[in-house]
Design a binder for this molecule. Sequence first.
Ligand code: AHM
Ligand code: MG
Length: 336
Amino acid sequence: MTQNLYGSTSVSVLLNNYLQQHEQNHALPSNLTDVLNSISQACLHINEAVRAGALNNILGSAHTGNIQGEEQKKLDVLANQILIDTLSTQSAVAGLASEEEESFISTNQKGQYLVLFDPLDGSSNIDVNISIGTIFSILPKPAGELKTESFLQTGRHQVASGYVLYGPQTILVLTVKHGVAMFTLNQHNQFELTEENPSIPVQTTEFAINMSNQRHWQAPMQKYIAELLAGKIGIRGKDYNMRWVASMVAEVHRILIRGGIFTYPQDQRDPSKPGKLRLMYEANPMSLLIEQAQGKATNTQQNILDIQPNGLHQRVAVVLGSKEEVDYLTAKHQNC
Ligand code: AHM
Ligand code: MG
């Protein structure tokens, strides 16, 4: 029993208690618990760096680029190194893949899991104190020598996924494929269960898209957004609200809490780039969470979790959130 600052008392369930309950009730392997605890430990360190910001001279550019040709911020580089250092010492982890690393990293030969991550998603928000996050995906390691192909499993193969949102509160959200659990970092620097099994409303009146790309969108997306903007007098018969944080972790968190649709579509600028977001460590882990909360995620053609990957850093169009809205937008693409 704990008493919080405002005097209310409750029995607190910490991350490790939650995972141990799942070991008992759902035969969750204890070494998967170890991996999840390690990720949470790494994220505590990242959280400290994020919170200190300018006090630790940690804002701004690292003056380097990653494999995707994107500028790296100092915090991108630091968060990546913290995750690599922490997970390399975890015996259950056989290999790592990161947005910031060109190739996979081999860690412990006898490990049973592969961990893929975006160390600090929403990089453009780092220097302006807007929500950012760490996204992770855990896959089983196939038998045999570790190679890139070992990582190229569909999202359905994930055994767990989640994110840590560094926002007004620091929140860890995860799934071990028995619903979704949300933990808030408490005053003792422990992740404490604060919400279990959120269910995304099937209908919504809130959408998220970067409107500045409108002129590049393909015809179905143009039509869809025009319908939403027409509001009550249009074909959809209701007024829609719009949000764009430019931080996928914050957008997915909002959708898990109150529903909505988020999309980062493929557009007509570069046909070789099917969208901006990366399948293996952004779209797949988020799609698993969304599906575990009764939402849906597609690339406008098929369920994201069924896409057979062909590269560690492959990009994908993303539509996710409230099921009826995702189905509506997906159907619009298929009927064209
Ligand atoms: P990042 O991994 O380099 O931070 O890029 C991913 C982010 C997502 O969090 C967000 O949805 C999107 O990029 C925002 O893109 P834009 O700046 O084009 O709005
Ligand atoms: Mg990212």
